[in-house]
Structure formats: C-alpha cells, structure tokens
Design a protein around this ligand. Sequence first.
Ligand SMILES: [Zn+2]
Length: 141
Amino acid sequence: MDYVFTSSIVGSGMQSIVVSYNITCQWGIKLLSRINAPSMPDSLHLPALTSLDLFVPKFHLPAHTPKCHAPFSFNFACGVGRTDGEGVERNWSILNGIASSVSMMGPGGRWDTIDDFCNFANWRKTAILRMSLHLLFIIYP
Ligand SMILES: [Zn+2]
C-alpha cells in the first residue's frame, strides 16, 4: 500500500497532499517513517517541503472510536472546503451496475472493463469540473 501510494504521488510537484482513506487512522501510523525508510527506494521518498494530511471520510468516521473523530475529521481541516472525502465511493454506483457482466469475464477482460469504467468516471468528473470553472469565469469574469 505504501509503495502504491508513494508511486502515485511521486513527481507530482504538489506541496500539499490530502488523503481520504477509510482506515487512515491505522494506515497513517508511522507512515512518514515507512515512506522515508531505507527499504523504500529513494525516488519514492516524500520531499521535505511536501505536507501530508490524513483524514477519514465523513460517512465512515462515526464508525471509528471517539479518539479518531477530531484528529481525522475533515470538519477541522484547513484548505479542504466542505469536502466529505467520499468521492471515490461514488464510483460504486457505476461499478455495481457492471458487476454481473464482469463476473462472467476472465481476469484480463474484467480488469480492462473495470479500468474503462473508472477512466470514464474520471474523465466525466474532470469534464464537469472544467465546465464548472468555465461557467464560473463567465458569471464572474
Ligand atoms: Zn479510526
């Protein structure tokens, strides 16, 4: 998990990274020391100036113990607006619809089909964001 995570953010140039993960209160324990450990390739170490903030999605947080509520709540975080951190969960509404089809496929076809649907969901989200920004500039030039 650490390797996949750092591989996805390395070279992004982002100075601030906000992670929304259902079990970040457990996964995040000593995360920085694991990422920057000698056993991890140097190219995957987190740059010193990059901040990493970990939160639990709002729907999932009440299922955690009270000691998790404040430290991992989006409600008390700066710079995240009113996000609920549940964005990735919304893909299930699309993926559940193809479950019966992909269950009959071989591993390669299943992987490609799910990948196509996830790519479509990402494209649609990006297109909507760009369209929203464009409308924002039209309304508030
Ligand atoms: Zn927790």
